[in-house]
Design a protein around this ligand. Structure first.
Ligand code: R5P
Length: 295
């Protein structure tokens, strides 16, 4: 039987692409709030005995998690044979340790809640820093889709003589991967974060790359202070204004405008979160990831 792809509100476009790519059916659900702020969900498609795929990217997660978990429960109540979650952006992965006494490791709790309702999870480049792999916190089957190939193709088609730049050590993994795919040079900078919006970045010797176009790549752009600080430091070294690429364009509050004002030549993102800067589509790569997990 064809799988049924059900979007949470705001995820319809990706659900359409997945249904088409997987030969599935595009399902629907009603997700609304009662006047008191509680959520009400209702599955509108026939799910009995079928594999359900719920699509919900998890930026601004606190508004989405309760209705998402209720929708998974409603799908189960409707007789779905299995329920998968496609969350191109996976929230809370940066809270992967106890930074201060009295805190908890939020990433583990979110993983536990999602795993208690879904059979499998597909996501794009989750922020794996102090947690080595998704399977160490998600007991369900998981598939990580990497954006590197799609990002590399965009850079290769749109940027003359690129120099890939990662703003911190964690970014080395995807920056090196993108650079390798298009045979471009890359450098990785050193970052110190003192607070949400207090970031310092140091730039190594980049004199010999003066004729190149700097392309900054980071997984998450939230306050954009990592990128803003990096853009400033690169400009001080005499490099051209960089193109900034975000895999996950979270862009909290005025972050996008602030980054533009800081001197980014262009700001481009993958469509893991809907944003006007989306120019790199990951739909085909995500569909391939889902194919690997569908029962
Ligand atoms: C951090 O480790 C991530 O890879 C990003 O560099 C970080 O999340 C960016 O955050 P912000 O845009 O708030 O500086």
């Amino acid at each position: 039987m064809k799988p049924v792809v059900v979007p949470m509100p705001g995820n319809e476009r990706l659900a359409d692409s997945l249904a088409a790519a997987l030969g599935g059916e595009r399902g629907s659900a009603i997700v609304r709030r009662f006047p008191d702020g509680e959520s009400q969900v209702r599955v509108e498609s026939a799910l009995d005995g079928r594999h359900a795929i719920i699509v919900c990217t998890l930026d601004r997660p606190d508004d989405k998690l309760v209705p998402l978990l209720l929708l998974a429960a409603a799908a189960r109540d409707s007789g779905a044979a299995s329920i998968g979650l496609v969350a191109p952006y996976l929230a809370y992965m940066r809270q992967d340790t106890r930074f201060h006494p009295g805190e908890t490791i939020s990433a583990q709790h979110i993983a536990g809640w999602i795993s208690s309702r879904f059979n499998w999870l597909v996501t794009v480049d989750p922020h794996l820093h102090r947690i080595a792999s998704l399977s160490s916190i998600y007991p369900i089957a998981t598939q990580v889709v990497h954006a590197a190939d799609d990002v590399a193709r965009w850079v290769s088609a749109n940027v003359r003589q690129p120099l890939l730049i990662g703003p911190d050590e964690e970014s080395a993994q995807w920056v090196a991967d993108v650079a390798r795919r298009i045979d471009a040079p890359f450098v990785v900078l050193a970052k110190t974060r003192r607070g949400d919006r207090d970031v310092e970045v140091s730039v190594p010797e980049v004199e010999r790359w003066r004729s190149h176009t700097p392309v900054l790549v980071d997984d998450i752009v939230s306050t954009a202070h990592t990128m803003i600080e990096t853009v400033g430091q690169l400009r001080r070294t005499g490099l051209a204004a960089p193109i900034c690429i975000a895999v996950h364009p979270v862009f909290a509050q005025n972050a996008f405008d602030d980054l533009r004002a800081a001197g980014a030549a262009d700001i481009v993102s993958c469509d893991t979160i809907s944003h006007p800067s989306n120019r790199i589509s990951l739909a085909a790569s995500i569909a391939a990831g889902v194919r690997g997990l569908l029962p």
